[in-house]
Design a protein around this ligand. Structure first.
Ligand code: FDA
Length: 311
């Protein structure tokens, strides 16, 4: 219930204004988003790679309805990739970029997919020059077909482009089969949006079982599975499935979000596992932040308590 309410609020302009202007928000948001500009992203990526973690950087923004904004987001990614390359952070894919297609134009009417493809192509070109990769984030289920179609187009020129698949969707096991071939990079997560029963599993147990089924497909396949979860049980199962599939360390990777379970991130990295941290930066943090609150009631309680105390 609370999860659903928070996810609905993540689409509300009124709540957005309230949360964005509350003085306490900044300090709470900082746990999940290290800063607003590209220097903050480069600084945080330098710290993370210094402790043997890998990084994927996301310039915050989504559901853009303005072509100028979509172009500005494309440009921000190109600058980010140049800055990370200059700082030596992209060598061997140590730091890559994660992109939401709705931030680069996917939601711009009939031409949206074409515009998003063109902008994503430019970002991939910049990533190639920087010696690294790009992974396409996955948003709500109404965008899944379009995102996978853009992925197919991009992979024609940049075979290393990766995508996110969400275990809560009924379709995902089949999508994992389609994307388990050589060179394919799939980031498997549970899924963070408010989805109806007609397309998504609703109970935690069903989502977790689906995650394991999907992971089995990816681990047995010829691609590169990326296990995006903080769930200790799924992390353990992932390790066991990798052994079962005869995979060695480095032929798959773990991924977690910036600020969530940092000790576990470090433990996995220290064990020689590839561990990548999803690092968001920018001013447009509202939607991302609300999804993080929705994932964990304790985060919401903490945030509301902070609002009440300071207010
Ligand atoms: P679960 O929610 O069961 O959490 C397991 C444990 O992790 C919790 O008990 C808690 O200890 C900790 N935890 C999890 N979330 C927390 C939080 N917000 N705050 C504090 N502790 C927390 N989703 C999507 O729909 N599209 C996408 O493109 C992506 N991309 C993505 C990339 C990466 C690298 C990650 C790690 C995740 C995503 N996600 C995503 C989000 C994902 O779908 C999911 O909502 C979260 O990862 C939470 O699910 P867990 O698998 O961690 O399990």
């Amino acid at each position: 219930m609370l999860r659903q309410a928070l996810l609905q609020m993540s689409k509300s302009g009124r709540v957005r204004r309230l949360v964005e202007t509350a003085p306490i928000s900044r300090s709470v948001v900082k746990r999940f988003v290290p800063g607003s500009d590209v220097s903050d992203a480069v600084r945080a990526a330098t710290e993370l790679t210094g402790s043997h973690r890998l990084v994927t950087v996301d310039f915050l923004g989504e559901d853009t309805c303005d072509i100028t904004q979509a172009r500005a987001t494309r440009d921000a990614y190109v600058t980010l990739l140049e800055r990370m390359s200059d700082a030596g952070l992209t060598e061997g894919g140590r730091s890559e970029a994660s992109v939401k297609l709705s931030a680069v134009g996917q939601a711009l009417g009939d031409d949206g997919e074409k515009i998003a493809l063109e902008h994503a192509w430019d970002i991939c070109q910049a990533a190639q020059q920087a010696g690294t990769t790009v992974t396409l984030d996955m948003e709500d289920h109404t965008t899944t077909d379009s995102t996978l179609s853009v992925l197919r187009e991009l992979r024609g020129d940049f075979p290393w482009v990766g995508a996110v698949l969400q275990a809560y969707l009924h379709r995902t096991e089949a999508d994992c089969r389609d994307l388990s071939g050589p060179g394919s990079r799939v980031r498997l997560c549970k899924g963070a949006y408010d989805e109806p029963e007609s397309v998504a599993f609703q109970s935690r147990a069903d989502v977790d079982s689906s995650y394991v089924r999907c992971l089995k497909v990816l681990m047995k396949g010829d691609g590169y599975p990326m296990l995006a979860t903080h769930d200790p049980r799924l992390v353990d199962i992932g390790g066991a499935l990798a052994v079962q599939a005869g995979r060695s360390q480095g032929s798959y990777e773990y991924q977690m979000l910036y600020g969530i379970r940092p000790d576990e991130q470090q433990r996995l990295a220290d064990q020689g596992e590839k561990m990548r941290v999803y690092l968001p930066y920018g001013d447009d943090w509202y939607g991302y932040f609300m999804r993080r609150l929705a994932e964990r009631p304790a985060n919401t309680a903490f945030f509301l308590r902070s609002l009440a105390t300071r207010g």
